[in-house]
Design a protein. Structure first.
Length: 562
């Protein structure tokens, strides 16, 4: 039922959304992996109407925007990142009409929408690629992708020994003496971004979604589009030895030609009022992020440094300082993230032995063992995750949250092999079990065949203990992780005033305490050590765990107002 009060709130929310071109600078952005968020029709797969039905939950959580992982038609060779049609919705997830209803409801609730765009590769079911396979060598259809003649006496050897990111050769034969390049799965042929038709078509796609009201784009593997395929091709060993980002000299990653591509995108974004925004997923050296975060480019780039860091005060301080300095070069704002759809959830990572810069090897070995070795300290992991998240939410810049982290949801390690979906599992047996463990559908209720995700089960099996982490269980507990996030996000919105940060030394002289102040006189203190420490004078606003006799215990964060 709609009344005039509801209409007024909707109008006011829409007016606010339309009026702030800088909304993204300190936004709390919630990533939804649509197949695992909420299932409205009971087929075991999350969908767009399911998301729409849960918008009141997002409002109560206190997020400013939703980042929607791919929802396009797809065979799911890579969880939806193999796109059949960039300007439609997968029928399993809904329709364009469902998308329009969802975005209107989000905007009415004061929540913006960022959508994933996957420009490096399409799926092998895309109409262009099917046309390429049906066309001869040297055709315009094949030039939209990267086709090369085979090597060897009879042309049956791939053009090089390059390996894909998912294992196996990066070249796939098509049966006529040619191979196509796929840096990821064989079902994901790479586009040829030197082709003007490819560039023009993606500008059309950006406008298609922006015209529907999309507020921004998350750009998948943004550093991969431009490639130098001059013969002779370097060997896989040579590529592995090359530094990515060494002044744009790597043949496959972070090349200088990207500047021109993203300048074209920026021109499209600036056609709108307010301008559309974009954030780059670019796994490059910190010194090179400015190329993606510049106002003449995408405008913002993911900073994955905290995601890869041990729970350590010195490491966190160095990362924060480095990234605060980096945005002074671009005028952008920082992005902070601990979990997403590609990594072991941080509530679990922090319960494993420190990784010491090994790029997630400890977590991968733990997954390979089925969650047996090394031994997981789940209580320590959740405690550290709560402390780290509360610290992150106090930092200037955007906070990117992954669905379920607000529940303290752990990684699911013991999925049956027969139920797995990630191509890395199938292409890297015994080496990598893939990313399904962080993509298991969310638990909304304590009980039921899918813990409230849908009517009749879920596309990835949920463990029996999921009900303890459900929204239903946690919203009734004032000390739950869910209610911690709700309090922190509400306070964060009220307290944000400028993007500065001032460090303070703790009176104890402990190197285990990080203490900083934000404009407006509010403070964040994190105790990375074991021994409790004193808090400065002031009103305690929120803590990641209860204080002990007025002291901040180990592995804990507190916000105060002086």
């Amino acid at each position: 039922m709609t009344d005039s009060t509801t209409d007024t709130r909707t109008t006011e929310a829409s007016a606010v959304l339309a009026s702030d071109p800088n909304w993204w600078r300190q936004a709390a952005v919630y990533q939804i992996y649509p197949r695992s968020f909420a299932d409205a029709n009971g087929d075991g797969i999350g969908d767009l109407p399911g998301i729409t039905s849960r918008i009141p939950y997002l409002v109560e959580l206190g997020v400013d925007a939703v980042w929607l992982s791919p929802f396009y038609p797809s065979a799911l060779a890579d969880g939806g990142y193999d796109v059949d049609d960039y300007r439609d919705v997968d029928p399993k997830l809904g329709t364009l009409a469902d998308f329009d209803v969802m975005i209107a409801a989000l905007h009415a609730a004061g929540i913006r929408l960022i959508v994933d765009i996957v420009p490096n590769h399409s799926s092998n079911r895309h109409e262009w690629f099917r046309e390429a396979l049906a066309s001869p060598r040297g055709s315009a259809a094949r030039d939209r992708y990267i086709f090369r003649d085979g090597e060897g006496p009879d042309g049956t050897e791939p053009p090089s020994d390059w390996q894909s990111m998912f294992g196996g050769s990066a070249w796939q034969p098509v049966g006529d003496g040619q191979f196509y390049l796929h840096l990821f799965a064989p079902e994901q042929p790479d586009f040829n971004w030197a082709n003007p038709e490819v560039r023009a078509d993606f500008l059309t796609t950006l406008r298609f979604w922006a015209d529907r009201g999309v507020d921004g784009f998350r750009v998948d593997v943004a550093h991969a589009l431009a490639k130098d395929l001059t013969y002779p091709l370097r060997s896989h060993a040579e590529l592995a030895a090359m530094q990515i980002g060494a002044e744009g000299s790597h043949p496959l990653w972070d090349r200088e030609e990207l500047d021109e591509i993203y300048a074209e995108w920026r021109a499209v974004f600036d056609e709108y009022d307010p301008p559309r925004i974009a954030v780059a997923e670019a796994w490059v050296e910190p010194a090179r992020r400015h190329r993606y975060a510049a106002p003449t480019s995408l405008g913002q780039a993911f900073n994955f440094d905290l995601l890869r860091a041990d729970f350590d005060a010195d490491g966190f301080r160095a990362i924060i300082d480095q990234n605060l300095e980096s945005v002074t070069v671009t005028g952008s704002s920082n992005t902070w993230v601990f979990s997403n759809h590609d990594v072991v959830r941080h509530a679990t990572r922090y319960g494993l032995p420190d990784d010491h810069g090994n790029d997630g090897q400890v977590g991968r070995q733990w997954l390979l063992s089925g969650g047996v070795s090394p031994e997981l300290d789940a209580e320590r992991g959740l405690r550290r995750a709560r402390a780290a998240s509360l610290l992150m939410l106090a930092l200037p810049g955007s906070a990117y949250l992954y669905q379920g982290e607000e529940l303290g949801l752990p990684e699911v390690a013991d999925l049956p092999d027969a139920e797995r979906q990630d191509p890395t599992f199938f292409r890297s047996p015994g080496v990598d079990v893939g990313r399904d463990g962080c993509r298991v559908p969310l638990p909304w209720a304590r009980t039921g065949s899918s813990f409230g995700f849908g009517a009749d089960g879920a596309h990835l099996p949920q463990p029996s203990w999921f009900g303890d982490y459900s929204v239903e269980a946690e919203q009734a507990d004032p000390d739950s992780t869910l209610n911690l996030y709700r309090r922190a996000l509400r306070l964060r919105r009220d307290l944000q005033d400028g993007e500065l940060l001032t460090w303070h030394a703790h009176p104890s002289g402990s190197d285990d305490v990080l203490w900083f102040e934000r404009p407006g006189g509010w403070h964040s203190l994190t105790n990375f050590g074991d021994a409790p420490v004193e808090l400065p004078d002031g009103e305690v606003l929120v803590t990641s765990v209860p204080l002990v006799d007025g002291l901040l215990p180990g592995a804990a964060t507190a916000w105060l107002r002086g």
